[in-house]
Design a protein around this ligand. Structure first.
Ligand code: ADP
Ligand code: MG
Length: 422
């Protein structure tokens, strides 16, 4: 669509779409229901922001993180876009301003915290506002079985019905086939979205697993050899994040801990330091992540085994978003497996769900003990075939000579296919 490129250039300041981005933007701008599964860093925000400007009416954006919403609104306003947010972090004046803009019909993008969907009056407000598109960011939050589940996301379906089947565009970086179906069913109801899936390979990420032998030594040796680089070390418990950060500092490595037991202010401060300081290592639980948008994270080390390939992939995916080489290492041992199994059993999920969780853990163990190329095993899990050797995992000693990261990135990003399935 010819009117899209000038907006891309003039409003967002980009010369070209990222691979795959243009197709999604066009489909959304045409008014199609879309479910787009694009890796982290692919530029999903633009896939709803740009169509919002190209179309009549208001685009409502549902997104799980208030800080990110506020960031996006600030950036859009700086670019001259009429955007606003309704979240619990609003000042009274901000809220008044949004209401006034809604009344005047001048607002193009309204970011809405999911909690707002539960508020009486939101539906009435939006019915009056002339909504033409609901964009759902981090759409996997609607999946009841994922670790990012947000109950309020389940209300999006009600809003869709209340707004007389308004167009929906949903975005996520992680969704296996089951989750994809769940998202489609919960968000689109009886409608069938156009699904875009982009290649999952991240050729610039080195993949490695090691059985725990002397885990503390293994971990410290890894971090020591990469002193001065930004990294995330994921650990299985809050206490462990503190102990590890301490141990790293004792080695002269600048390190912080991060977990959900910390005060909100301390968490924010840690996030900000990580964002701006070079060479800082954050030892964290999985609470650290969804809001992290640092392009030059050079490694992600799992000090303990994650619970599934989805979790693993999402966490390692935070490394190397700038496309430069980045490393990942996952340590695992018999205790990890025992602890994970116990967590599943102690959970409140129904039996069939527990069984599925055990199976997901088994899939990750199969990756940890893969006989050949980890990339092949990892991508096979996501339904992609890959011809080893990848030359960039601990099992492919057999580095292909022609390996060229830039070329590989380009190729990976262009393996986009489009299906009408759900
Ligand atoms: P995602 O949500 O898919 O992880 P974001 O929407 O956060 O990705 O975008 C990641 C980064 O890419 C942002 O800094 C964004 O400004 C940038 N970006 C998005 N689209 C383009 C483009 N067409 N050209 C250059 N940079 C882009
Ligand atoms: Mg995003």
């Amino acid at each position: 669509m010819s009117e899209l490129s000038p907006i891309l250039r003039d409003v967002f300041g980009f010369d070209a779409f990222r691979p795959g981005q243009g197709e999604v933007v066009e489909a959304v701008a045409r008014g199609e229901d879309v479910l787009a599964i694009l890796p982290t860093g692919a530029g999903k925000s633009l896939c709803y922001q740009l169509p919002a400007l190209a179309r009549e009416g208001l685009t409502v954006v549902i997104s799980p993180l208030i800080a990110l919403m506020r960031d996006q609104v600030r950036a859009l306003r700086t670019a001259g876009v009429a955007a606003g947010a309704l979240t619990s972090a609003n000042t009274e004046e901000e809220t008044e301003e949004v209401f006034a803009a809604l009344d005047a019909g001048t607002l193009k993008l309204l970011y809405l915290a999911p909690e707002r969907l539960a508020t009486a009056g939101t539906e009435r407000l939006l019915r009056r506002a002339g909504v033409s598109l609901i964009a759902v960011d981090e759409a996997h939050c609607v999946s009841q079985w994922g670790h990012d589940f947000r109950p309020d996301y389940l209300r999006i379906g009600e809003l869709r019905d209340a707004l007389r089947d308004v167009q929906i565009a949903a975005f996520t970086a992680t969704a296996d086939a089951d989750t994809r179906d769940e998202i489609a069913a919960r968000l689109f109801g009886t409608r069938t979205p156009t699904v875009f899936v982009q290649g999952f390979d991240r050729p610039n990420l080195t993949l490695a697993f090691q059985p725990k032998n002397k885990p503390r030594d293994q971990l410290l040796a890894f971090a020591r050899a990469r002193k001065g680089r930004s990294g995330i070390i994921y650990a299985g418990s809050r206490n462990k994040t503190e102990v590890l950060a301490q141990a790293l500092r004792a080695e002269g490595i600048s390190a912080l801990h991060y977990h959900a037991g910390m005060e909100p202010d301390a968490r924010r401060e840690a996030e900000q330091r990580f964002q701006i300081e070079d060479g800082l290592v954050v030892c964290a639980t999985i609470a650290f992540g969804m809001g992290v948008d640092k392009p030059d994270i050079r490694y992600v080390l799992h000090a303990d085994l994650p619970k599934s390939i989805e979790a693993y992939y999402q966490e390692i995916g935070r490394a190397g978003r700038d496309g430069d080489p980045a490393e990942t290492l996952t340590l695992f041992g018999p205790d990890d497996i025992r602890i994970r199994r116990a967590q599943i059993e102690e959970g409140l999920a129904p039996p069939d769900r527990k069984q599925a969780d055990h199976a997901r853990l088994n899939d990750l163990l199969a990756l940890a003990e893969a006989p050949e190329c980890r990339r092949k095993t990892l991508l096979a899990y996501f339904g992609e075939t890959f011809e080893p050797p990848c030359g960039n995992c601990d099992l492919c000693h057999d580095t292909p000579e022609q390996f060229d990261a830039t070329e590989a990135v380009r190729k990976a990003l262009s393996t986009i296919y489009r299906t009408e399935e759900r």
